[in-house]
Design a protein around this ligand. Structure first.
Ligand code: FCB
Length: 443
């Protein structure tokens, strides 16, 4: 018999990211980030959308915390915007920027919601990009200083910290594929950035522990099973490269102290003596985001010779195949390769669908509910297989700025009407609320 109850103490959460919801990009001393520059570059974002206003969360945070409280979840994961806190990425902190997160954290605690703070969700200060961004080793040391500033202010009240969100995605897509900020297309830039970000992670962990030794620290990876489209040699090679960049490039050095074989020689020129010891820090939890599995084929025209082959499964509005079992597989694989007995958290999972408000003012999203049911079922299967999964955070609380795809793609369990900024909880919000109240999964 399958047990459809979640383990005792299971943590239900929701995740967001600063640039995707805050808006107020020129307020209270915030400096520009690479996403401001990128989104204001014609042709980069669907419909010419930008994060200038987004969900106006910078002004509506109280209401948004109200939505979280009503939802009854135990934790909220947000990110701090580096350019709010250090407008040029270095030097004295901007007091107003810190105050915003100070208030947010206090209000979350008042609502009995654990704040989970992610230090970097892709919004690098533009001034650092102008000096080479993540291609420049010095950025790791700037990041360390920034981490120390945020910890000095918030570590008395925030226990759970993550150094980075999806380092694989922002390095590969931002510097390799070029469809994310800062929009470079260079293999060399990706190798350099992978190492700088790993180094920043290690330095960041050291800086955070110095502020408070018992903080709970981790990094938010993005993991998914990848398989070659055919057993042709070229497809296998492409798939191994993708697996190394997308799955292993961060957890391998951080947990095993080495880079994965398919990319180790590419990264070697940038690794200095002692770096890997800094990078491999003891972490307190293992977290990753997961969306969908993929099938990889060789593509001559792509910078990394990587293409995607069709998977026989229904897709979301992103075109991402709905493949719940991939979550079980990633959890089981991660335990074997990296996480061992560490508590594991899924810090993002969810789906975009073409939601609309109906005549009664209600947003019916049965597809999202089915999606969540499927993936949560896979999570329970992983628990049954012995993976200590301790929590699940849905992506996302609100519809928001979905990077290159702008506001077209709605991932929220709460609908946002961008003309009025009205929030409307979708049916999935109420479904999620039942789970947070302890309901078993009906599957
Ligand atoms: C992840 C990102 C998050 C969101 C979801 C859909 O890669 O971390 O910001 O865009 O995808």
């Amino acid at each position: 018999m399958t047990d459809n109850s979640f383990p005792a103490g299971f943590l239900w959460g929701a995740s967001t990211a600063a640039y995707q919801i805050e808006g107020a990009v020129r307020e209270d001393g915030r400096g520009p980030s690479i996403w401001d520059t990128f989104s204001h570059t014609p042709g980069k974002i669907a419909n010419g959308d930008t994060g200038d206003v987004a969900c106006d969360h910078y002004h509506r945070w109280r209401d948004d915390i109200g939505l979280l409280r009503e939802l009854g979840i135990g934790a909220y994961r947000f990110s701090t915007a580096w350019p709010r806190i250090q407008p040029t990425g270095r030097g004295a902190p901007n007091e107003k920027g810190l105050e915003f997160y100070d208030r947010l954290v206090d209000a979350l605690l008042d609502a009995n919601i654990q704040p989970w703070l992610c230090l970097y969700h892709w919004d690098l200060p533009q001034a650092l990009e102008d000096k080479g961004g993540w291609r420049n080793r010095d950025t790791a040391y700037r990041y360390r200083d920034y981490a120390a500033i945020v910890a000095r202010r918030l570590a008395d009240r925030v226990s759970y910290w993550a150094t980075f969100n999806e380092p694989n995605i922002f390095t590969y897509r931002g510097l390799g594929q070029g469809d994310h900020a800062p929009g470079l297309q260079s293999r060399e830039a990706v190798w350099r950035a992978i190492h700088t970000v790993n180094l920043a992670h290690g330095l960041g962990v050291l800086a955070l522990r110095e502020q408070r030794a018992d903080l709970k620290l981790g990094n938010i990876y993005n993991l998914a099973p990848r398989e070659p489209a055919t057993d042709r040699e070229q497809d296998r090679v492409a798939c191994e490269l993708m697996g190394a960049i997308m799955n292993d490039a961060f957890p391998d050095p951080q947990f095993l102290g080495k880079y994965p074989e398919p990319i180790a020689d590419d990264i070697k020129p940038y690794v200095r003596d002692g770096d890997l010891a800094i990078i491999k820090q003891k972490l307190d939890y293992f977290a990753f985001n997961h969306y969908s599995r993929s099938r990889i084929r060789w593509d001559n025209d792509h910078l990394f010779h990587v293409g995607y082959a069709k998977i026989d499964a229904p897709v979301t509005a992103m075109g991402w195949p709905i493949t719940p079992d991939g979550l079980r597989e990633s959890l089981v694989d991660a335990k074997a390769r990296w996480s061992g007995d560490l508590p594991v958290y899924i810090l993002e999972n969810g789906a975009a669908f073409d939601d609309a408000v109906d005549a009664e003012g209600r947003v019916r999203d049965p597809q999202r509910i089915d999606f969540l049911r499927g993936y949560l079922g896979a999570l329970l299967d992983a628990v049954a297989a012995g993976v200590p999964v301790k929590g699940y955070f849905v992506w996302s609380l609100l519809d928001n700025f979905e990077w290159a795809l702008g506001y077209d793609k709605r991932f929220g369990i709460v609908y946002v009407d961008y003309t009025t900024q009205k929030r409307i909880p979708k049916d999935s919000y109420f479904f999620y609320r039942e789970l947070a109240r302890g309901a078993p999964l009906d599957r």
